[in-house]
Design a protein around this ligand. Structure first.
Ligand SMILES: CCNc1nc2cc3[nH]c(NC)nc3cc2c(=O)[nH]1
Ligand SMILES: [Zn+2]
Length: 372
């Protein structure tokens, strides 16, 4: 008995997209879904109630960060991550693999695991499939991720092949170490770099392990969009139709729509929160650098088509002033808007799938946003 159940509600007649629902021990979320990133047990600047008001269905938290600070034992003593951060809806935690490479000053990667230095105090740390799972078992997220190697881009075929085979061995060790499969669903992560043959090899090896869900890793690592789409087109059709597919670290509005068209159900990306903090907002007419002098006297909302608290109550002129003055409310409002923008985008994608018009929606959205 798995911790989650994926319900395929409808397949789009125009594309490979599908409308679905993932049931977890903390309730369900609709897919395709965008997951706001709450790295250190908080989506920066947003309270749980505010996240609920913008209809966030599931949020992501990072194992690497929570292991370093405050430590999984403190969170376990609080009753787990849901209680600790007072979020009673679904949570997904990653396994730390990616952060170690991208954040930590990582030393070396061996069969046993990865040795690295903490980005907080430089102390020596070690993560392995077993320890990454043990930490996630203590945090108690509904969906947890296998410990994998996110292969850098570009990478030689031989290196990628060796890494894929180690990621599969690590996946087996994760399954063995996992203590709560009936309450925490462990997802495998398909790797393979930009090589179709290795994407297929990684998918087949992980399919044999019968995970309750599959992530596609090693993408959105600097490769051109076309290469990412090609890897999706070669990998997604190999994955079970009755299980969720999660494209890690994606993404910008175009990638979310194009990923959904290719059959992806779950996405996560720091983009909306990160660019929000430096004064850039997403609108239906493209990105807007609201700190720009252009908006100093602009009394209109960030996006007239948006229903969020920031757009209903404040002007571009006021929000620009807050950002320039480094007032906390400024980044709260830009974050609030950017998250609602992407959550609304996914709601529109789900509607379009329901009505078999996702390609038409994509063309209209791309034209308005200013994509090609
Ligand atoms: C669960 C940790 N493993 C893991 N995380 C990832 C996070 C990513 N984030 C991005 N772009 C922003 N690509 C990613 C790939 C992986 C990946 O291949 N593996
Ligand atoms: Zn808004």
């Amino acid at each position: 008995m798995s911790a989650i159940r994926y319900e395929l509600i409808k397949k789009c007649k125009q594309t490979g997209a599908r409308l679905g629902r993932v049931y977890t021990p903390h309730g369900y979320f609709d897919t395709p879904a965008f997951m706001p990133v709450g790295t250190q047990a908080t989506v920066k600047g947003m309270s749980p109630d505010e996240l609920k008001s913008i209809e966030a269905g599931i949020i992501l938290s990072n194992t690497y960060h929570l292991h370093i600070r405050p430590g999984e034992d403190i969170i376990k003593e609080a009753g787990g991550l849901h209680k600790f951060m007072n979020w009673d809806r679904p949570i997904l935690t990653d396994s730390g693999g990616f952060q170690v490479f991208s954040l930590g000053d990582f030393r070396k990667i061996e069969e046993e695991g990865v040795t690295f230095k903490s980005h907080v105090d430089g102390s020596k740390k070690f993560l392995s499939p077993e320890s990454a799972i043990k930490i996630q078992n203590k945090l108690g997220a509904d969906i947890i991720m296998a410990f994998d190697e996110c292969i850098p881009y570009p990478a030689e075929f031989h290196y990628v092949k060796k890494s894929v085979e180690r990621t599969t061995r690590w996946a087996k060790r994760c399954i063995k170490a996992h203590e709560n499969p009936e309450t925490q669903a462990l997802f495998g992560i398909v790797q393979g770099g930009m090589y179709k043959e290795l994407r297929r090899q990684s998918a087949y090896e992980l399919l044999e392990l019968d995970f309750p869900g599959y992530a596609i890793g090693g993408l959105s690592v600097g490769e051109p969009a076309e290469e990412m789409y090609e890897m999706l087109e070669c990998t997604v059709p190999l994955l079970p139709e009755d299980k969720p597919r999660y494209l890690m670290g994606v993404g910008s509005p175009d990638y979310l729509v194009e990923g959904a068209i290719r059959g992806i159900d779950m996405f996560d990306c720091v983009l909306p929160t990160r660019i929000g903090r430096n004064g850039t907002v997403l609108t239906s007419r493209g990105r807007m650098i609201i700190r720009d002098a252009l908006y100093a006297r602009d009394q209109s909302p960030i996006d007239p088509d948006c229903d969020c608290y920031a757009c209903k109550n404040f002007t571009r002129s006021y929000i620009r002033h807050l950002i320039k003055a480094k007032e906390v409310l400024g980044i709260r409002l830009t974050t609030w808007h950017n998250l609602r923008f992407l959550l609304n985008l996914m709601k529109n994608v789900r509607e379009a799938i329901k009505e078999d018009r996702l390609l038409d929606f994509r063309n209209e959205f791309f034209k308005n946003f200013g994509y090609n």
